[in-house]
Design a protein around this ligand. Structure first.
Ligand SMILES: Nc1ncnc2c1ncn2[C@@H]1O[C@H](COP(=O)(O)OP(=O)(O)OP(=O)(O)O)[C@@H](O)[C@H]1O
Length: 239
């Protein structure tokens, strides 16, 4: 069953046209990677799905219902949760309080905090620490946990590895692979292509706000030409 469909979606920041006739399809329990260079439009795609950047043209359906004109709150209440690149945890609240706030904000049936501590043992040890005292990796874990506690129908992860040390990226990978093994549907954007492809079943490559390629991760792994052309894997960018 299709969870999310974008068809011919165009989005703008003011007069700047950013997404051009973008198509995207996400099935139930799938993990889909959105790949592309810096500035390709990955974050804008996620913001368009959550309604923070209203699409100007095109169709957006969630579980078969048109959500293109829904408010940000309504889309969130439908169970679409974004973990933004900048994490946005509450710096003065403890780890537990951060989770409690997310739990209180949930419109559905939130999970128990203890359940999250079972998935994120790192956070369990930091229960009483304030957000501002967490490392980047710990903040990222908390940010993901806060979204998961709301038992999302669709989880959107925007560059979860951004700014993290390699050893922390490994920890995050372990946690996320546990998370995606459950019945959760995920769209993940990443500059770290290997990380995203390890977690995902299908991928889309976005270039200058438009679809450049879409297919299974197995297909993409056979296409070094695509990785070179659109993602500059393993080397410096030409420009
Ligand atoms: N608030 C904004 N106002 C105007 N233009 C913006 C805004 N945010 C992003 N852009 C522009 O939109 C384009 C797409 O940016 P977006 O952040 O979606 O790309 P991205 O693929 O997520 O890249 P990155 O990895 O750098 O986040 C870029 O040209 C960017 O400069």
């Amino acid at each position: 069953m299709s969870v999310l469909t974008l068809e011919d979606v165009n989005s703008y920041y003011g007069n700047s046209h950013i997404l051009f006739d973008l198509d995207l399809e996400v099935e139930q329990n799938e993990v889909v990677a959105l790949l592309g260079r810096n500035g390709a439009g990955k974050t804008t795609t996620l913001r368009t799905i959550t309604g923070t950047v209203p699409r100007r043209e095109g169709r957006i359906e969630f579980r078969g219902e048109d959500i293109a004109d829904d408010s940000v709150d309504k889309i969130s209440n439908r169970g679409v949760k974004l973990v933004p690149e900048e994490r946005r945890i509450f710096p003065t609240l403890t780890v537990t309080e951060n989770m409690q706030v997310a739990r209180d904000m949930s419109s559905g049936n939130p999970r128990d905090i203890q359940e999250m501590y079972d998935v994120f043992p790192v956070l369990d040890e930091l229960r009483e620490n304030r957000g501002r005292n967490l490392s980047g990796g710990e903040q990222q874990m908390l940010s993901v946990a806060r979204a998961l506690i709301q038992d999302p129908d669709l989880l959107l992860l925007d560059e979860p590895t951004e700014g993290l040390a390699p050893v922390i990226v490994d920890d995050l990978y372990d946690v996320l692979s546990e998370v995606v093994a459950e019945d959760v549907t995920v769209v993940i954007t990443e500059q770290n292509v290997d990380f995203a492809l390890e977690l995902s079943e299908r991928a889309y490559i976005i270039e200058k706000g438009a679809n450049a390629w879409g297919g299974t991760v197995d297909e993409l792994n056979e296409r070094e030409d695509l990785l070179d052309e659109y993602l500059s894997v393993g080397g410096a960018e030409a420009d």
